[in-house]
Design a protein around this ligand. Structure first.
Ligand code: NAP
Ligand code: HSE
Length: 441
């Protein structure tokens, strides 16, 4: 089967390398996959791929060419990637993508068109790199009712937080993540939580059989996190993670991505580096933990190739016939050979709870004047919004602003934000330095 690529960067090149290195084993199993051509922006840029494949800047050379059977989309971004995938699907070409932005924002359109065309669209690599969580939720756990998913689903931010704990500053840590191929083409998406929000939207939609859109996920990133917060959190028995959390509640589905302090005993607290991990809670299966490399070319390539092989295996079904009679005929008929029913399972109408109503305990870091009555003023603002204090700690004494930390009891996020806004306006408060979630209180 001849594979056309949309994009040949970190992930695309790793997929080509994997297919090349494993070509004899795959061919021996009747699963020969040959990278033929790749759409890129800059055809002159050298690529670290062993096989001779054609580079083109013309999308039609991948999307409309009769010698392409399958399309791998690894270019990123919502557009033009979505339009290209829709075009490939309408032409009867199966598509495998690693693009969480396109799947989260336009998955409904993509899956509808795939279903109309009877052609597979697969996206295992779009969430949590090498961890097979999409298939686990869609197939293996489809018989249970999932009640909660808590996960570290952005490798870059987890790697960056780990380096900050070791004393690196944020900028240096992000540079190192980019050098290792973990970061998005625009790393802001890793740091501001939007990459994780797209992944959570995909996971929650599958787990709860109801569409959750990225803009419904309450999202906050790690840009405000300081090394002091990490250190103080540890002193209090917590580790800070960018946590993606979705749960079924009586009010509907709660979904948010926030820097979150986890008790050190929590199964996700010790997950370091680029590793991703997911805790899936089911009514009958209990707690399941999935863990593994969440970013990087080689790890992600395993998920892309797994999807390619799942599609390729269909032609081994007796009566499916062999490809290769003629390029045009092969491409035109492949869609028919791998026909499938709807892959989308978002059928239930379930409300998504607005982020300001999602309930969580919180950590609040303020810099305040060291004077009598200051804590009472801050406590007054919290009380006015029904936010109850669980712990309070002043970290220094002095003339200038001093750090004060609060841990609150669970409260709606909107109440926390409203209280913090009022606190920020108090003349005795120099700065609100951090507001993060706390799990396990
Ligand atoms: P990347 O290294 O930036 O590669 C993107 C590729 O797409 C490049 O080859 C680029 O061409 C090409 N491209 C982008 N826009 C294009 C356009 N408009 N027209 C033609 N070519 C275009 O990105 P990546 O890290 O491989 O990520 C690719 C996708 O996989 C993204 O959706 C990302 O979210 C997802 N993903 C990445 C990882 C990871 O660890 N990196 C893990 C899981 C999923 P040039 O090379 O000429 O610039
Ligand atoms: N930039 C993403 C991350 C790539 O760091 O998790 C994997 O989706």
């Amino acid at each position: 089967m001849r594979v056309g690529f949309l994009g040949l960067g970190t992930v695309g090149q790793a997929v080509v390398r994997l297919l090349h290195e494993e070509r004899e084993r795959l061919a021996a199993n009747g699963l020969a996959l040959e990278p033929v051509r790749a759409l890129v922006r800059d055809t002159a840029r050298p690529r670290a791929v062993p096989a001779a494949l054609e580079l083109t800047a013309d999308p039609a050379r991948v999307l409309d060419a009769p010698d392409i059977d399958l399309v791998v989309e690894v270019m990123g971004g919502v557009e033009p990637a979505t339009s290209y995938m829709l075009r490939a699907l309408r032409a009867g070409r199966p598509v495998v993508t690693a693009n969480k932005e396109a799947v989260a924002h336009r998955g409904k359109d993509l899956l509808e068109v795939a279903a109309e065309a009877g052609v597979p669209l697969r996206f295992e690599a779009s969430v949590a790199g090498a961890i097979p969580i999409v298939r686990a939720l869609k197939e293996s756990l489809a018989g249970d009712r999932v009640t909660e998913i808590a996960g570290i689903v952005n490798g870059t931010s987890n790697y960056v937080l780990g380096l900050m704990e070791e004393g690196q500053d944020l900028e240096a840590a992000v540079r190192m993540a980019r050098e290792r191929g973990y970061a998005e083409p625009d790393p802001t998406r890793d740091l501001d939580g939007s990459d994780a929000a797209c992944k959570l939207a995909i996971l929650a939609s599958i787990a709860f059989s109801a569409r959750v859109r990225p803009e419904q996920v309450g999202t906050c990133g790690i840009q405000m996190v300081s090394r002091e917060d990490l250190r103080w959190g540890r002193e209090m028995g917590y580790r800070l993670k960018l946590l993606a959390l979705a749960r079924r509640t009586e009010a509907g589905i709660e979904a948010h991505v926030r820097p979150t302090f986890l008790p050190v005993s929590h199964p996700l607290a010790g997950v370091g580096g680029v590793t991703n991990a997911l805790l899936v809670r089911g009514e009958r299966c209990g707690d399941l933990v999935f863990q593994g490399p969440g970013a990087g070319g080689d790890a992600t390539a395993t998920a892309v190739v797994g999807d390619l092989l799942e599609i390729a295996r269909r032609r081994l079904v007796p009566g499916a016939g062999a490809l290769g009679a003629g390029a045009a005929e092969a491409s035109a008929t492949l869609g028919a050979r791998v026909r499938e029913g709807p892959y989308c399972t978002c059928r239930d109408q379930v409300e998504v709870v607005p982020p300001h109503r999602c309930v969580t305990a919180a950590y609040l870091h303020l810099e305040v004047a060291d004077r009598p009555g200051v804590l009472a003023q801050v406590a007054g603002c919290l009380a006015a919004h029904q936010v109850s204090i669980a712990e309070a700690l002043q970290k220094a004494r002095g003339e200038g602003p001093v750090p004060v930390l609060f841990i609150t009891h669970p409260s709606p996020w909107g109440a926390l934000e409203a209280a913090v806004k009022e606190i920020a306006g108090l003349p005795v408060v120099a700065r609100v330095a951090g507001l993060m979630a706390v799990l396990g209180r």
